[in-house]
Design a protein around this ligand. Structure first.
Ligand code: C2E
Ligand code: MG
Ligand code: MG
Length: 483
C-alpha cells in the first residue's frame, strides 16, 4: 500500500509527542532513555528491529532524487510472507512472530549491506536497491532472497518453512514519486501471489492498468449492491442435489431429488443476471453479507413452504443454504435463522447449512459455538467445497456435519487425475465409516458421472444433472413428474 504525506507526518509527530510528554518527568535520565526509546519505536519495528514504512519512503525519495545526479536505476522489492495469517490462526501468534523474525533475518542475509530492508506491514517487507545499472539486476536480487527464504533448515526439521511472494519495480525516472514505485512493486507482488506462491514477478504496466480498472469496477459493484439490497434485483435460484444411488438420475423421479441448494442471484440493471461468484466476495468485504444472507434464508424457507403447497409429496424435502464464515461468527445468526424458520413454518430438520472449510479451523471458536447452536435448533450441517482449502481429512471426523460436499474441482478432474479419484474415495470411506453423506459437486458431463458412480458416489450436483433454476422452472420440472 502506498504511503501518504500524512502518514509520514504522523510518524514524526508520534515521536515528538511521546518525547514532549516524557521530558516533564523529574528523573532526567529516565526521561532521556524513554525519549530515545519512543523515537526509536517510531522509526524501528519492535519485533524485527527493522526500519518502518515512513523511514523507507523517505530514503526511497532521496534515492530517486539522486538519479538526477547519477543516472542508473532504483528498484523496490515488495515482499509478502505467504500464509502468515494461517500460521497465526493455527499455531498462535508467537509462532507467527518467529516466522516474521526468521524471514527478516534470511532476507537481510541475502542483501548487500547498502540495501535498505524495512518492515512495512504485518506480513510485508520492502527492499530498496539503489545504483542499479539495469532493472533486470533487481530480478537477480529477488531470486536470491527467495532462495534464502526457501532454504530448508536442517537443524530445525519441524520448523515452519518460510515462503514469500515478491513484486519488483524499477525506474530511472527521478520524478517518479516513491509511493508510486512502491504501488507498482505491490501490484507485481499481487500478481506473483495469484500465479503461484513463492515466486517473484516484475512490474507490468498493462497488468497494472487492468488491476486498477478492476478495483474501480469492484467499487462500483459495491455501490450498486447497496442500492440493490432493498429492491427487487436480488433473487434466489435453486439447484437440485440428486440421489442417483438407486439408478434414477431424472429430476422428474422425485425419489431421486435429495435436496435443493439456494444460490443467490443478482439481476444487475446493466450487467444482466450475475451468479453469486461474481459478487459474493465483494459483498462480504463491504459488510453486506449478513443482510443478504438473512434475506436469502427467509426467501428460501418461504419458498419451501410454497412448494409444499403446490407440489405436495413431490416438493423438495431438504433445503441447503450457504453460510459464509463471517455470518457464522455473527452472534445474531442463530436468532435470524430461527426467525426465518418460524416465520415460514418450516421444520428445522429440513434445513441444512453449508459451511466452508474456513469455518472449520480449530481456532474459529465463534463458528464452533454457532455450529452447536444450529444443531440444537434441529438443523443439519454440511461441509461445502471440501478439499479446496487447508483442512485435513482427519478434521472431517471432528466436525458435527452430517454431509460432506466434495469441491467441484475433484469431479472435474476425476477422469484424468488419479489423485482426484483417490481423494474422493478417501472421503467416501470416511463417509461410510462415520455415517456422513457425501455429495460430489460440479458434475458437468456423463463421463465424469460414470467415473464418480464407479467410485461409489451416490449423491451428485452439477450442470449435467440440473442447473440452478428459478422457483417457477423448478416447480414446472417437479410437477412434470406427476403426469
Ligand atoms: P457453492 O456453494 O459451492 O455453490 C456451487 C456453485 O457452483 C454455484 O455457483 C453453482 O451455480 C455452481 N455450479 C453448480 N453446478 C456446477 C457445475 O456443474 N459446474 C460448474 N462449473 N459450476 C457449477 P454460484 O451460484 O455462482 O455460487 C458461488 C458460491 O457463492 C457458492 O459456491 C457459495 O459459496 C456462494 N453463495 C451462493 N449463494 C450464497 C448465499 O446465499 N450466501 C452465501 N453466504 N454464499 C453464497
Ligand atoms: Mg454451497
Ligand atoms: Mg460448493
Amino acid at each position: 500500500m502506498p504511503f501518504s504525506a500524512a502518514e509520514l507526518a504522523a510518524g514524526t509527530t508520534l515521536a515528538n509527542l511521546a518525547t514532549s510528554y516524557l521530558v516533564v518527568t523529574d528523573d532526567r535520565d529516565t526521561a532521556r532513555r524513554a525519549q530515545r526509546e519512543a523515537s526509536e519505536r517510531a522509526v524501528r519495528d519492535m519485533l524485527t528491529g527493522l526500519p518502518v514504512r515512513w523511514v523507507f519512503l523517505e530514503q526511497l525519495t532521496r534515492s530517486l532524487a539522486g538519479l538526477r545526479r547519477a543516472p542508473g536505476h532504483v528498484a523496490v522489492l515488495f515482499l509478502d510472507i505467504d500464509g502468515l495469517k494461517y500460521v497465526n490462526d493455527t499455531y498462535g501468534h508467537p509462532a507467527g512472530d518467529r516466522l516474521i523474525t526468521t524471514c527478516a533475518a534470511r532476507i537481510r542475509g541475502a542483501l548487500r549491506p547498502a540495501d535498505l530492508l524495512a518492515r512495512i506491514g504485518g506480513d510485508e517487507f520492502a527492499v530498496l536497491l539503489d545504483g542499479l545499472e539495469r532493472p533486470e539486476d533487481a530480478a537477480g536480487v529477488a531470486q536470491r532472497v527467495l532462495d534464502a527464504l526457501h532454504r530448508s533448515d536442517r537443524r530445525h526439521r519441524d520448523a515452519l518453512q518460510p515462503s514469500a511472494s515478491i513484486g519488483v519495480a524499477a525506474t530511472d525516472d527521478p520524478d517518479l514519486p516513491g509511493a508510486t514505485l512502491i504501488a507498482h512493486a505491490d501490484s507485481a507482488m499481487y500478481r506473483a501471489k495469484r500465479r503461484q506462491r513463492g515466486r517473484y514477478e516484475m512490474f507490468d504496466p498493462s497488468a497494472y492498468a487492468v488491476q486498477r480498472a478492476r478495483s474501480a469496477e469492484l467499487e462500483q459493484l459495491v455501490e450498486d449492491l447497496r442500492t440493490a439490497l432493498p429492491g427487487d434485483q436480488l433473487t434466489v435460484h435453486y439447484q437440485p442435489v440428486l440421489d442417483v444411488g438407486g439408478g434414477d438420475r431424472d429430476l422428474a423421479a422425485t425419489e431421486g431429488l435429495h435436496a435443493v441448494e439456494a444460490l443467490l442471484r443478482w439481476r444487475h440493471p446493466r450487467r444482466g443476471l450475475l451468479s453469486a461468484d461474481a459478487f459474493i466476495d465483494t459483498a462480504e468485504r463491504a459488510g453486506l453479507l449478513p443482510r443478504l444472507g438473512e434475506w436469502v434464508m427467509r426467501t428460501a424457507c418461504r419458498q419451501m413452504m410454497l412448494w409444499d403447497e403446490a407440489l405436495g409429496p413431490r416438493a423438495p424435502r431438504r433445503l441447503f443454504v450457504n453460510l459464509s464464515t463471517v455470518e457464522l461468527a455473527d452472534p445474531m445468526l442463530i436468532g435470524r435463522i430461527g426467525g426465518a424458520l418460524s416465520e415460514a413454518g418450516l421444520d428445522p430438520r429440513r434445513l441444512t447449512l453449508e459451511i466452508t472449510e474456513g469455518g472449520l479451523l480449530p481456532e474459529a471458536e465463534a463458528a464452533a459455538d454457532a455450529m452447536d447452536s444450529l444443531r440444537e435448533l434441529g438443523c443439519e450441517l454440511a461441509i461445502d467445497d471440501f478439499g479446496a482449502g487447508y483442512s485435513s481429512l482427519s478434521r472431517l471426523t471432528e466436525i458435527p456435519a452430517t454431509t460432506i460436499k466434495i469441491d467441484q474441482t475433484f469431479a472435474q478432474r476425476v477422469r484424468e487425475d488419479p489423485s482426484a479419484a483417490a481423494v474422493i474415495s478417501a472421503v467416501l470411506a470416511i463417509g461410510t465409516n462415520l455415517d456422513r453423506r457425501v455429495i460430489a459437486e460440479g458434475v458437468e458431463d456423463e463421463e465424469s458421472l460414470s467415473a464418480l458412480l464407479r467410485l461409489g458416489v451416490t449423491h451428485v450436483q452439477g450442470y449435467h444433472l440440473a442447473r440452478p433454476m428459478t422457483p417457477a422452472a423448478l416447480t414446472a420440472a417437479l410437477a412434470a413428474s406427476s403426469g
